[in-house]
Design a protein around this ligand. Structure first.
Ligand SMILES: Nc1nc2c(ncn2[C@@H]2O[C@H](COP(=O)(O)OP(=O)(O)OP(=O)(O)O)[C@@H](O)[C@H]2O)c(=O)[nH]1
Ligand SMILES: [Mg+2]
Length: 318
């Protein structure tokens, strides 16, 4: 058993090993998490969460690393969470990330953590927000969440950040990919990375067209900017930071930030509740009450919906 109080205190002081252990408790769905989250709750809310998503290889990790440098120059403490739900290539990708992030490895103002949620009961949607809480409580001013892959749950994690950055690169057939993955609806800031390659302008134009940015918007509406970068040379990264700052200011001005955070908390509660319910239902095989209900359904004396209602009432009515 872990001394949660002590661990949380150490994490709050910014000790990297304590932060790492707390995130491991999240990853392992430790029974002590309930206690951990109760201790962390009053310490959270200070961090600004930025999600980064985009096709594999588009330059998310390189951009993340460059953003870390920019924020460190401004004296901010930064947390990086790379979440990889299931990719069989994760070993390689995360190894690559370690190389790309290595320049920050010895900086005490930066926490970098890769998190795998493969086979996890609640999956990414369950684990990522809790890992973000740990980094938030540890005093990070900014948390960059890179999701590896463009599946539905990865896109959702990025979309639930305070600000969501969608990355594209020229010549990857990215336009169609992006439309397919539904990421054209979620970007607050768009980055066309690898602008040192041919076609970056065309990609930006195509994106501009697909986003309908030429269309009129209300005077108070947010207009997602498109920023061109060469992340590998840190070019354009200051412009990305500027776009992130502007989006944050806009959200605060229009009370959008508070609403977003409530939506994120609601999803978090929902996921925890559903995971707990599913776990309880999962242990019902051979349960007498369930067997009895099943007999009545096969008899035709009870319909399956009414049986399910009885089952759920039995699970939650204690
Ligand atoms: N030419 C060019 N290459 C870049 C640029 N940015 C990143 N790369 C290269 O693109 C490759 C992929 O970069 P990553 O940062 O790992 O991309 P990623 O989106 O994190 O990839 P996954 O996490 O595997 O999805 C690496 O070889 C980078 O060096 C850029 O601006 N220009
Ligand atoms: Mg990456």
């Amino acid at each position: 058993m872990v001394d949660v109080g002590q661990l949380v205190e150490q994490a709050r002081e910014g000790r990297p090993r304590a932060v790492a252990r707390l995130i491991s408790l999240v990853e392992g769905a430790s029974p002590q998490l309930r206690e951990v989250m109760a201790a962390l709750a009053p310490l959270t809310g200070g961090a600004y969460v930025v999600g980064l998503t985009g096709s594999p290889g588009v330059g998310k990790s390189t951009s993340t690393s460059a953003l870390v440098s920019a924020y460190r120059k401004a004296g901010r403490r930064v947390g990086v969470l790379a979440v990889d739900p299931s990719s069989p290539f994760s070993g390689g990708a995360l190894l690559g990330d370690r190389v790309r992030m290595s320049e920050h490895a010895s900086d005490p103002g930066v926490y970098i953590r890769s998190m795998a949620t493969r086979g996890h009961l609640g999956g990414l949607a369950w684990a990522a927000p809790q890992a973000i809480r740990v980094l938030d409580a540890a005093g990070c001013d900014v948390i960059l969440v890179e999701t590896v892959g463009v599946g539905q749950s990865e896109v959702e994690i990025a979309a639930q950040a305070d600000t969501c950055v969608v990355l594209l690169a020229p010549g990857m057939g990215d336009g169609i990919q992006a439309a397919k993955a539904g990421i054209l609806e979620i970007g607050d800031v768009y980055v066309v990375n690898k602008a040192d390659r041919d076609g970056a302008d065309a990609t930006a134009r195509e994106l501009n067209h697909m986003l309908g940015l030429g269309e009129s918007r209300g005077p108070g509406d947010w207009r997602p900017p498109i920023v061109k970068t060469v992340a590998a040379r840190a070019e354009g990264v200051d412009e990305v930071v500027e776009a992130l700052d502007k989006h944050r200011a806009w959200m605060e001005e229009h009370s959008v930030l508070a609403t977003r955070r409530r939506t994120r908390a609601a999803r978090e509660i929902e996921t925890i509740a559903l995971t707990a319910l599913r776990a309880r239902i999962g242990t019902l095989a051979g349960d007498q009450h369930l067997t009895a209900l099943a007999s009545r359904v096969t008899d035709g004396t009870l319909d399956p919906y009414a049986a399910a209602d009885e089952l759920v009432a039995g699970l939650t009515g204690e």
